[in-house]
Design a protein around this ligand. Structure first.
Ligand code: ZN
Length: 356
């Protein structure tokens, strides 16, 4: 059966290439997927419930829409999945021409934007976005809407909701702070700082403090404990801390372990340094403790990421800091994990920041 289907697919591919491309070309599988094939609608067309033009049209595909071949064909018809719907299309209206999305820039969208199966306001929203969510533009637009690749699906969003150069204000929980991106203004003071549970002095912004409390409770339920030993630090505090590191280590070494004032994530009120009992404090050894392992595996569930992971110094500009977590919210933290992004810079598609 599988052999027959594959043979059928080969015949259909040959038909399409003859009809539309005129020269042989290889099918273009999606990255990481050796079986499915991307098919692009070569014209506006109706896709049918069954492989016959007399059967009802269940979904309309516009020229440039991207469909996924299901592996099933019948006569001159192929079954495809488009915008989450399975339907039949006449093979001659599909092409395996390479979609352009891989070369297109990263986009981010404003919170709550609707991603639709088709580029019309009347098309039902397949999903809505969360703040700072990102993906890639396919390079295809229709009227005021642009097509994006979102978690493996090709969907449409209004162009006004898309930005290809994400910048977040100092007050945003998504603000990127590194050696190339200081806080603006440099002496920014976050509002709504509250003392973190389990600490008498460490303060974080409200959302981050609540998430930290939930994370510590969940860890305790797993028999793992850690405390917050440092969280918010003001511009002035960071300035004197950095000066002490420079005095003892010299500037080059100080820059690998401490941020200059105005460039510290701690100044956002969204970062925290964790410690567990035992002799390891603010050292790479924290990563090998039960707390360090638990945090690395579970922090994303509470909206935190280990911000300076091992092997990423050339991107983050900092040595491995398994104890330093940054709150970015559950949506982004989960998307980073699922997408395999080691650093926040890579997730946002922003340049590495190894030095000032
Ligand atoms: Zn830190």
């Amino acid at each position: 059966m599988a052999r027959t289907r594959r043979a059928g697919a080969a015949v259909v591919a040959a038909l399409i290439l003859t009809a539309l491309v005129g020269a042989p070309a290889a099918a273009d599988p999606l990255p990481g997927d050796g079986k499915r094939t991307v098919w692009v609608a070569a014209a506006d067309l109706g896709l049918h419930a069954r492989p016959a033009s007399a059967s009802p049209v269940t979904v309309r595909a516009l020229r440039g829409s991207i469909a996924t071949y299901s592996g099933v064909s019948q006569g001159s018809w192929v079954r495809v999945r488009i915008g989450g719907t399975d339907a039949w299309a006449p093979a001659r209206f599909l092409t395996t021409a390479k979609p352009a999305w891989r070369e297109r820039p990263v986009w981010t969208v404003r919170d709550g934007a609707a991603l639709r199966a088709l580029p019309f306001a009347s098309s039902p929203a397949v999903t809505t976005t969360f703040l700072g969510e990102r993906g890639r533009l396919t390079g295809i637009s229709r009227g005021s809407r642009v097509q994006v690749k979102h978690r493996g699906r090709f969907l449409w969003v209004h162009s006004s909701a898309v930005s290809t150069a994400p910048r977040f204000a100092a007050t945003s929980t998504l603000v990127l702070v590194n050696k190339r991106n200081p806080l603006d203004p440099r002496d920014h003071v976050p509002a709504n700082l509250v003392v973190v549970s389990g600490s008498s002095t460490a303060r974080m912004r409200g959302a981050a403090a609540s998430a930290m409390a939930r994370m510590r409770s969940a860890a305790a339920a797993d028999g793992v404990s850690f405390s917050v030993i440092s969280a918010y630090r003001s511009y002035v505090t960071q300035r004197s801390l950095y000066a002490r590191y420079v005095a003892s280590l010299g500037q080059a070494a100080a820059d690998r372990v401490s941020a200059r004032a105005g460039y510290s994530e701690h100044q956002t009120g969204l970062a925290a340094d964790l410690a567990s009992g035992g002799g390891c404090r603010l050292g790479a050894c924290f990563g090998d403790t039960a707390a360090g392992r638990w945090v690395r595996a579970n922090a994303y569930r509470y909206g935190f990421v280990v911000r300076y992971p091992e092997g990423s110094t050339s991107i983050t500009g900092y040595a491995y800091e398994p104890w330093h977590v940054r709150y970015v919210g559950r949506g982004v933290a989960t998307a980073m994990r699922e997408g395999g992004y080691a650093t926040y810079e890579q997730y946002l598609g922003r340049p590495a920041a190894p030095t000032y």
